[in-house]
Each structure stands twice: as structure tokens, then as C-alpha cells.
Ligand binder design. Structure first.
Ligand code: ATP
Ligand code: MG
Length: 405
């Protein structure tokens, strides 16, 4: 958004005015040159962290040792990092030491890909020592320098490479690609949270099939927790599957799609937990895979109605849309929509009695029976077997409970 850019320009201006050099760097430059929407802004400068702190009224010492200070400019937090080189990556993830330098070109050389290794100054001049603009034009992700060394330094870069190719729809430079295949096993050095975050960004993009085929073909999938179980018997996506996963909307339904085509719907929880996914996401994914599977098996209209009441129309519709894509059957989703429109009780709250009332009137301890009973009553109202009227519902509830005991 423009206020972020304005704040960023102000920061560059203040730094330049004080005699330092300063640039926009990284994703901001790449996305601006591509004409893509920009979400964050990174600034690099020749000023040392303490000099940055001294120049601005409000700063946060985010990562002083690595040269990063967050400047609050007009209420916008901006990361300002001193030009630096990095050395010694004993853990295959982070540099053991960073050294501050005064030349932007040295800073750009430590960055991962040519398209991420450009700098832009206040006058709109681009510093581009590695041919990033050409690669943007040719739509190629290419490692800066020797790909083998770059992936040996930091194994996360392999997944970032596939992520950028997937997000942007770019191809991968063949040397870079071969280096990923050679270093795939090193991915185990990377924290699972970082793996998940790159994967989710790619899966959410316009070319989700590329991250899937990318990790399968390079051997990354078999070296990553969770993914090795998910793709145990799956080595590739068919052309049809590649089209299908693009047609599915949203990260969670795309996850669900993968669980279904890999026949791993019973392992959603185990696998997503291994990837430290949020509980909410795990639940949603389980729900949509389970319903899509149920829709595929034979069932009655009454059961459909029950599922709508149990899980909510949204969840059912989402599952039906996924089902429509996997099983190439669009009628189910339409039928569910029509069924929902015809339902007098669309959610349990539409009933003329609620759970608390049932519990008091029936004079029983709380428990799962309450929800079961509400569901049964709602179905009977929808099937026009009883009226949605308090006394009638309570009477019927008593009968049902007596039948049960
Ligand atoms: P986006 O924010 O859209 O996901 P980005 O390119 O801005 O993409 P960030 O993770 O925000 O990615 O990193 C900012 C910049 O820092 C990158 O453009 C790149 O120049 C550099 N960078 C980030 N991670 C690495 C890494 N693992 N190795 C080398 N350089 C990196
Ligand atoms: Mg960024």
C-alpha cells in the first residue's frame, strides 16, 4: 500500500541526507518490477545499526547482531538492515557470523536468487549485479553464484526456490534445479515451521501444482516430515490432477485434495500435526476430507441433511465443491444447495427449543444426547413429520427418549 511506500521513501531520504547509502531490497524490488502487489518493504543501508538507531525517533532493536533495526516511520514498522556478508553455515541454515560492509553489491551477493538480489534507490535506479531483471523477464528462478554452495549454506533456499517458481509461475534454471536434487536430503536441517510456511505460500498461489511436482521430482518430499508420509505411494501428479488442484480454491481444500488423491484421509491429523499446522486448520481439513469421502459413498438425502445440520452449510458446500472436482460430478453440489434452500431448520438454532431447555424439561444430566436429540428433531421438522413448535417438540423429545430406554 502507498502509505508503506511513502514511509519507506522517507526512511531512505533520512539515511541519504545523513550521508549513508540506502535502498529498497529483496521482494519489494522483485514484486515492483513485476507489477505485483507488494506486502512488505525491506530496506538495506550502509549505516551501522547504532547509527540507524541514532537517526530515527522511534526504533526497535529487532536483531542488532545481524544488523536489523525496525524503524517506526509514521506508524509504519520498517526493517532496516545494514549491508552485510555472511560466513560459516555450520548448521546448514544460519550463518555463524555476519560482517557489516559498505557496498550494496556485497550485500546482494549473499541473497538467494537473482530476482531477489536487486536494490532500488530513491531515484528509481536499480542495482542489479546478477542479471535479476533479465531473469524476471525470462521468468527464471536462478541461484546467485554457485547453486551447490548456496544450498549447502542454507537448505531452506531449496524450498524457497520451488516456492518462488510456484508462486510466480517461473521455471527454474537447470543448474539450480540439479543442485536442489543433489542437496534434497539436507532439507532435514530446516525447522518444520519454515517448511510449512514456504509450502503454504506456494499452495495458496496460482500454480499450486508446481510446488507439489517440485517437491516430488527433486526428492524433497521424501526428506520432509509429513510429506514423506503423505506422498509415500505417490511419485507424480497426472496432468488431470495438476489441473484439478488449480481448480480447488483455498489452502485447506487443496490440502484436503492431496489427502484424498493420496488415499491418506485417515492420516490428516497425524501428518498436519507433524507439520505443526494450527488446530483450526487440521480440523477444517479433516472435516472437508471426511465429508467429500462420505459424499462419494452411497448415502440418503436424510443423511445429507444431517451433515448440513452437523457441520454447517459452508463446510458441506466446500466439501461438495472439492468432490465435484475430484469425481467430476457437479450435480451433488447443486443438489446440496437446493436441499439447503428447502430446509425449514437450517441450523439447530432455528428449532423452537434449545439444548438447555431440553435438558431441564427432560430432567437429565447433560451429554451428547442433547445434540443428537436436537438433530433428530430438526430432521423430523424438515421432513414435515412434526411442527417446529415448542410443546410439540418437547412431547416428541420425550417419546424419543422413552423409545431409547
Ligand atoms: P516474500 O516476502 O514475498 O515472501 P521475499 O523475497 O521478500 O518474498 P523474505 O523472506 O521477505 O522474502 O526475504 C527478503 C529478502 O531477503 C529476499 O528477497 C532475499 O533477498 C533475502 N533472503 C531471504 N531469505 C533468504 C535466504 N534463506 N537466503 C538468502 N537470502 C534470503
Ligand atoms: Mg518479504
Amino acid at each position: 500500500p502507498s502509505h508503506i511506500l511513502e514511509a519507506g521513501k522517507q526512511v531512505l531520504y533520512v539515511l541519504e541526507k545523513a550521508g549513508y547509502t540506502a535502498y529498497f531490497v529483496g521482494g519489494y524490488v522483485r514484486d515492483t518490477l513485476l507489477g505485483r502487489p507488494v506486502h512488505d518493504l525491506d530496506i538495506a543501508t550502509s549505516a551501522r545499526p547504532d547509527e540507524v538507531v541514532a537517526l530515527f525517533a522511534r526504533t526497535i532493536p529487532t536483531g542488532l547482531a545481524h544488523g536489523t533495526v525496525t524503524v517506526l516511520q509514521d506508524g509504519v514498522p520498517l526493517e532496516v538492515t545494514t549491508f552485510r556478508t555472511e560466513a560459516g553455515y555450520a548448521d546448514h541454515r544460519r550463518p555463524d557470523e555476519v560482517r557489516f560492509v559498505s557496498d550494496i553489491a556485497e550485500d546482494l551477493a549473499r541473497r538467494d536468487f537473482t530476482i531477489n538480489a536487486m536494490a532500488l534507490d530513491l531515484r528509481g535506479d536499480v542495482v542489479d549485479p546478477f542479471g535479476g531483471r533479465q531473469d524476471l523477464h525470462d521468468r527464471i528462478v536462478r541461484a546467485v553464484g554457485k547453486a551447490d554452495e548456496r544450498f549447502a549454506e542454507d537448505a531452506l533456499r531449496m524450498l524457497r526456490c520451488l516456492r518462488f517458481a510456484s508462486q510466480l509461475g517461473f521455471s527454474i534454471d537447470p543448474y539450480t534445479y540439479e543442485a536442489i536434487r543433489r542437496h534434497a536430503q539436507d532439507i532435514h536441517y530446516v525447522a518444520v515451521e519454515r517448511i510449512s510456511s514456504e509450502w503454504n505460500k506456494a499452495l495458496d498461489g496460482p500454480y499450486p501444482e508446481r510446488i507439489v511436482t517440485g517437491i516430488l521430482h527433486t526428492g524433497l518430499a521424501s526428506a520432509m516430515p509429513g510429506f514423506c508420509q503423505l506422498f509415500e505411494d505417490k511419485y507424480d501428479l497426472t496432468d488431470k490432477e495438476q489441473k484439478q488442484i488449480c481448480a480447488v480454491n483455498g489452502v485447506v481444500p487443496r490440502w484436503a485434495y492431496l489427502f484424498l488423491i493420496c488415499n491418506r484421509e485417515t492420516e490428516v491429523e497425524r501428518i498436519l500435526r507433524a507439520l505443526r499446522c494450527e488446530k483450526k486448520v487440521i480440523r477444517a481439513c479433516q472435516q472437508i476430507t471426511n465429508i467429500a469421502r462420505k459424499l462419494h459413498n452411497s448415502h440418503t438425502a436424510g443423511e445429507r441433511m444431517r451433515w448440513i445440520l452437523e457441520h454447517g452449510f459452508e463446510a458441506l458446500y466446500e466439501a461438495a465443491s472439492l468432490y465435484a472436482i475430484i469425481y467430476e460430478n457437479e450435480t451433488t453440489a447443486k443438489e446440496i444447495e437446493r436441499l439447503y434452500e428447502s430446509m425449514r431448520i437450517k441450523v439447530l438454532q432455528d428449532l423452537a427449543v434449545n439444548g438447555a431447555e431440553l435438558q431441564t424439561e427432560m430432567n437429565r444430566k447433560g451429554g451428547p444426547w442433547i445434540r443428537d436429540l436436537l438433530l433428530t428433531l430438526a430432521l423430523e421438522v424438515n421432513e414435515e413429520r412434526i411442527e417446529n413448535e415448542r410443546q410439540a417438540l418437547l412431547l416428541r423429545a420425550r417419546m424419543i427418549l422413552n423409545e431409547d430406554t
